[in-house]
Design a protein around this ligand. Structure first.
Ligand code: SAM
Length: 299
């Protein structure tokens, strides 16, 4: 049977988060998680701080949960005054299965066909390719990009329709999935860049797994030399618009820019943001709540 955990959830003043997290790690002997805000950007510059945050801790349910909760309530009561004085809601306890907590995502990651010939295959799953299939083996680790997310899928579909590119730049490479696909589709030179050094390590492992050569860097976009036949950026609307000038400058004459990570409700915002980029919008595709825009440098 799957192991179970008692998930204790505390909503506390933002200033108390670090102190509480340390206390809960000590008390539970396990890690804690702090809920992320749903932001449309990877950059925190100019983002207003929230007043409260949610901290979750994980206990073995066989332990004395009533005793643990009493200790947590005492800790919250002792600290409430120092952090605004408002009463802190009582922690809630939910029983969850281990698979939900740590590795549940693996169940949903099965070999997936995308476009006509691309197949994304988890390293641990068997798969019998059909003639012409381009199989990408992947273990995303903690980096984003299994191909199961619509933003990645939309990018891969758009990339395949553009035929065989020569030079490709993958901005925000994550697991390296788009960069590897570009090589599989025949690109001669591919550069993948990410602001997250851990993502670059995972991307490197995935490139090695697939026997493909991709130059992986953490170099800021503006400092990457040259122009590319295809520039891919599956980031988020705010970031794409902020980077519009640098992204457009990297597209060679006759080349394409594929933008993804855009909630459809933010599509108009991105179209407007690229209005003065000098590129022409040539295709829009959508899946679920996500949009993907393809621009062309007509110059
Ligand atoms: C949504 S993931 C995309 C991963 C993968 N390319 C895919 O399509 O599945 C976005 C990635 O962009 C990276 N990122 C965010 N802002 C960036 C920036 N300004 N320059 C480069 N990478 C960035 C993040 O660290 C993250 O790995």
């Amino acid at each position: 049977m799957d192991k179970q955990w008692a998930e204790v959830c505390c909503q506390v003043p933002a200033g108390l988060v670090d102190l509480l997290a340390d206390f809960l790690v000590e008390l539970s002997g396990n890690g804690v998680s702090i809920d992320n805000r749903a932001l449309d950007t990877f950059t925190l510059d100019g983002i207003e701080e929230l007043d409260t945050a949610t901290v979750r801790a994980y206990f073995d349910p066989a332990t004395d949960m009533a005793g643990q909760i009493a200790q947590i309530e005492r800790f919250l009561g002792d600290n409430a005054a120092a952090f605004g004085g408002a009463p802190i809601p009582a922690p809630t306890v939910t029983l969850i299965r281990d698979e939900d907590w740590a590795t549940g995502w693996r169940q949903h990651f099965v070999p997936t066909r995308i476009g006509r010939h691309l197949v994304i295959k988890p390293t641990w799953e068997p798969f019998a390719p059909e003639p012409g299939d381009q199989v990408i083996e992947l273990d995303p680790g903690m980096a984003f990009g299994t191909g199961t997310h619509p933003t990645t899928r939309l990018c891969l579909e758009a990339l395949e329709t553009l035929g065989r590119p020569d030079r490709v730049l993958d901005v925000g490479t994550g697991s390296g999935i788009l960069a590897i696909a570009a090589v599989r589709l025949g690109a001669r030179q591919v550069i993948g860049t990410d602001i997250d050094p851990d993502a670059v390590i995972v991307a490197g492992e995935n490139c090695a797994l697939n026997g493909v050569e991709v130059e992986l860097v953490t170099t800021p976009l503006a400092l990457i030399p040259g122009r590319f036949d295809v520039v891919l950026a599956n980031i988020l609307a705010e970031d794409l618009v902020r980077m519009a000038g640098d992204l457009a400058a990297k597209v060679a004459a006759g080349g394409h820019l594929i933008l993804s990570g855009i909630l459809t409700e933010r599509e108009a915002f991105v179209v407007e943001g690229f209005g003065r980029s000098g590129l022409a919008l040539v295709a829009v595709s959508r899946e679920g709540e996500w949009s993907c825009l393809v621009y062309r440098n007509e110059g």
